[in-house]
Structure formats: structure tokens, C-alpha cells
Design a protein. Structure first.
Length: 408
């Protein structure tokens, strides 16, 4: 590229120098003095030159014309000489006369101008051809490879690391393109390593969960047997803590399954009465207050819906510790299930983030949790063809919407 620019500049300087040289070297006043001398010699010898280069007139000082090669008008001697000099003609002394050579200065001027114009036009045409070749050279060496580099960068940005960068031999920045291709390979290797690490991490979570669940099941079984034999609040404490640990392990499983795409949804027809029983089963504190109920068939996955409702109720007891009012509302093709507690609710500026992954409100700092429950619930309900909303209404409200199949 640098050599090309230098070449263009040199060509432009050379062409400009040629034009300037021709202009300065073209001698407008240059006269054929040989012919003039020949005419003078012929007049001395009473002879005529073999050819006429310039027309001429011999006039004496009285104004009489002694000889002329072309027709001229009569005028005074001084006037004729002054007019000839003004026209750029050549005036030569000859004995007691003057010889006026009509060199046609105007024609010579236009000839010179036309010559210079053609030289300038030819120079610019040549310069245009050189610049056109240069533009093609720039396109092949810079613009075309750069477009390929841009498309390559877009593919990398989309996460496609399998398309290599095709390097053109005319590419001006080949080393730069090669560095990009090395970056693509490194990103691809990093992505593979990251996927492998994530897979290992999920397997580790599953293994840890399995290893914790096994002794945890034994602890819960012993506590339940002890509570059945003897009424002792210590057994209840053990059961509650074991259940809390069990919920945490379930969260581990849930996260691992969700990231692996193994969280299957099997929606089947259920009745609103079935849904009511499911809610009551999840109400381990028996503080549900039933409001409006509906009779209809709905579509959902029982296991996932149990997980959703259990999360909602557990969160309500954990953070509000009040009764929970549950209403069902028929909306035509959808059934809305509203869970409302009577606590302080959630700060208005936090409502838009409450269902985000790992987000926990300011009032939950002293409570155990990971900020996954509502996020998981929303993902599950959406996969079942419904939706989930959260807002404040004299307490915190969670709304679930599931499809209705057929009304009674």
C-alpha cells in the first residue's frame, strides 16, 4: 500500500513536470530566422526564395510598397510599422526600406494552446488509468479481504467457530487475518473446555446430591419413627432441618437437570379439584384460605406443578409467615391461580427482578435461599404453556396461568 501511494505521487509529479516543461519550453516568439535571412539575400541578388514560409512586404520610408507576396492595404509608413509590431509580426531593416514578415502570431498562439490542452488531457487520462488500476489494486488487497474479515468476525460473534478465515494471497494485512484465525481456534478450544467443565460440574452436583440424599433419607426415617413412638419436639426439629436440607439438594438436582436440558415436561388433563388437592398437599402448615374456585379441566405436569406450588407456598411461609389465600379464576381459555399472602410484600423497584436467576430481595438476607425458586417456577410454567406474574396487593401475590381444556 505504501509503495502504491508513493508510485501515484511520483507519476503525478512526472506528468505535472512534463506539462510544465512543455509549456515553458514552447517558444512563442521563436521565428524562422533562416528563412528571413534567405529572403534578405534573395532581395540583394534580385531573386526569389524557392518557398514562402511567411508572407512579407517590402515598403520604403515614404510608404510606397516595393514588393509584397500578398495583397495589403495602403496606409502611412509609421502606421503600417506600428500595426505590424502590435500584431507580433517581424520587421527587418533592408537598405532604406523595411521588410515586414507576417508570422501569424495568433495562429501560432492557438496552436500552442491546443497542443498544451492535448498534453494536459492525455496526462489526466493516463493518470486516471493509473488510479483505476490503483483502485482495483486497493480493492483486491484491502477492501475485499476486509469484507471477508468482517463476515468472519460476525460468524465468530454468533458463536460459529467452525468456519475458518480464508486468507487471500493479495491480502495486505495477512498477519492480522492469521491472528484472527488463531483467535477463532483458541475460542473454539475454550468453548469446548468450558462445556466439558460445565458437564463435570453438573455431574459433581448430581453425585453430591445423591450422596447427601442417601444418609438424609435415613435421618428422616429415624426421626419419623422416633416421633411416632415418642412425642418429642426434638424429632420435629430434626425433621424440619432434614426437610430444609432435602429442599436444597432438590435445588441442586433442579439446576443440574435444567442446564442439561433433561427437565422433561409431560402435561396431562387434570381437573381443578385435582389442582386444589395438589395445593393442599403442599401446604405443610395448613394455613391456606380458599377463595373463589372453578370447575374445569386444565393441562399441566403434576410433578412440575407440585414443585411450583411447593416453592410458592414455602417462600410465602419463609418470608411473610402469614395465611395464604388461594383463588381460581376462569378466563375463558386459561385458568388463573392466585396465591396471596398478607405480609409486607416486595419493594416496588425489586418486583421486576424478583423472578430473575439468583436474585434475592433486600428483606431476604437473613433467610436461607439461593434466589432460584421463582426463576425455576417461571421457566416450568412457561414450558407447560402458561405464565407467571408477581405483584403487590396488600401483600405479595403470585399468579399462575395454565391452559383450560374443556369446561363442564
Amino acid at each position: 500500500m505504501k509503495k502504491f501511494i508513493i508510485s501515484i505521487v511520483l507519476i503525478f509529479i512526472v506528468l505535472s513536470g512534463v506539462c510544465l516543461g512543455i509549456g515553458l519550453g514552447y517558444d512563442y516568439k521563436k521565428i524562422d530566422t533562416v528563412y528571413i535571412n534567405e529572403v534578405v539575400n534573395c532581395l540583394n541578388n534580385n531573386d526569389m526564395p524557392q518557398k514562402i514560409v511567411y508572407d512579407y512586404t517590402v515598403v520604403d520610408k515614404t510608404g510606397d510598397i516595393k514588393f509584397t507576396t500578398k495583397e495589403v492595404e495602403n496606409m502611412q509608413f509609421e502606421t503600417r510599422i506600428s500595426k505590424a509590431i502590435a500584431a507580433g509580426d517581424v520587421v527587418v531593416d533592408y537598405e532604406d526600406s523595411k521588410i515586414i514578415f507576417y508570422v501569424d502570431a495568433g495562429k501560432r498562439f492557438y496552436d500552442m494552446r491546443n497542443t498544451l490542452i492535448w498534453i494536459v488531457v492525455a496526462s489526466f487520462i493516463l493518470l486516471g488509468i493509473v488510479m483505476a488500476i490503483g483502485c482495483y489494486f486497493i480493492y483486491r488487497r484491502t477492501i475485499k479481504p476486509f469484507n471477508g474479515l468482517k463476515n468472519f468476525a460476525q460468524e465468530v460473534a454468533r458463536g460459529n467457530f467452525d468456519s475458518p478465515l480464508v486468507l487471500d494471497k493479495y491480502m495486505s494485512f495477512g498477519a492480522f487475518g492469521e491472528a484472527f484465525d488463531i483467535m477463532r481456534n483458541n475460542l473454539k478450544e475454550s468453548r469446548i473446555a468450558e462445556q466439558s467443565a460445565n458437564m463435570d460440574r453438573r455431574r459433581l452436583l448430581q453425585e453430591i446430591g445423591h450422596e447427601i440424599k442417601t444418609p438424609l433419607s435415613t435421618i428422616k426415617a429415624v426421626a419419623e419413627c422416633g416421633a411416632a413412638i415418642e412425642a418429642n419436639e426434638n424429632y420435629d426439629i430434626i425433621l424440619n432441618k432434614a426437610s430444609a436440607i432435602d429442599n436444597l439438594v432438590n435445588d441442586f438436582y433442579q439446576k443440574a437437570l435444567e442446564e442439561e436440558g433433561q427437565l422433561n415436561i409431560y402435561c396431562i388433563k387434570q381437573t381443578a379439584e385435582d389442582l386444589k388437592q395438589l395445593v393442599e398437599t403442599c401446604d405443610y402448615n395448613s394455613r391456606i384460605i380458599w377463595g373463589d374456585l372453578e370447575k374445569c379441566n386444565v393441562l399441566y405436569d403434576k410433578n412440575r406443578m407440585t414443585q411450583i406450588v411447593d416453592n410458592i407456598i414455602a417462600n410465602s411461609y419463609k418470608y411473610a409467615d402469614t395465611d395464604i389465600k388461594v383463588d381460581m379464576c376462569n378466563m375463558g381459555n386459561l385458568l388463573k391461580i392466585k396465591f396471596k399472602d398478607f405480609g409486607d410484600g416486595v419493594e416496588s423497584e425489586q418486583l421486576s427482578y424478583i423472578m430473575d436467576r439468583f436474585y434475592r430481595g433486600a428483606k431476604t438476607e437473613e433467610k436461607l435461599g439461593q434466589g432460584l425458586g421463582l426463576n425455576i417456577c417461571r421457566k416450568l410454567i412457561v414450558r407447560m404453556g402458561g405464565e407467571m406474574n408477581c405483584y403487590n396487593d396488600n401483600g405479595f401475590v403470585v399468579e399462575l396461568v395454565v391452559p383450560i381444556l374443556k369446561q363442564y
